[in-house]
Write a protein of this length. Structure first.
Length: 140
């Protein structure tokens, strides 16, 4: 796999969503930092740590079924010299599904290195309203 050069974290983020919508594993992994410190949490999933584990998790996600399109809202960016943080809501549309899926809240950490900006961490989870609808017991 060849690591791509991304001049800005926004370039890396755009490539991430392009690879996600196309379910392109090689393009997805070209965005990630080639580092054993990378980690990824998919909605309702466990934390995958290390490049090989993250790659395998995306291989499984892409093998599940129809590809989704993603609309982004509520984007917040905080950029420093070496790190960039993104927090946003992802709204997925899957062909053939009539009922919209609840949004996913995602946080990305991009790191700048010799090869430009790359994804170090992704944490995605269901929006609280979607989870609250499934809770029937009192929270404590």
């Amino acid at each position: 796999m060849t690591m791509r050069f991304f001049a800005t974290p926004q370039d890396a983020a755009a490539a991430f969503y392009d690879a996600l919508e196309r379910a392109d594993l090689d393009a997805m992994m070209a965005i990630w930092a080639e580092d054993e410190e990378v980690f990824c949490v998919h909605p309702n999933g466990e934390r995958m740590a290390g490049f090989a584990a993250v790659r395998e998790s995306w291989r499984q996600v892409f093998s599940i079924g129809p590809h989704a399109s993603v609309r982004l809202t509520e984007q917040v960016h905080r950029q420093g010299i070496l790190l960039d943080l993104h927090s946003l809501h992802e709204h997925y549309t899957v062909p053939g599904e009539e009922i919209p899926r609840p949004p996913v809240i995602a946080s990305h950490i991009f790191v700048r290195g010799a090869q430009g900006w790359h994804l170090l961490s992704r944490h995605a989870s269901c929006a609280p309203g979607a989870v609250a609808a499934d809770i029937s017991a009192t929270l404590h």
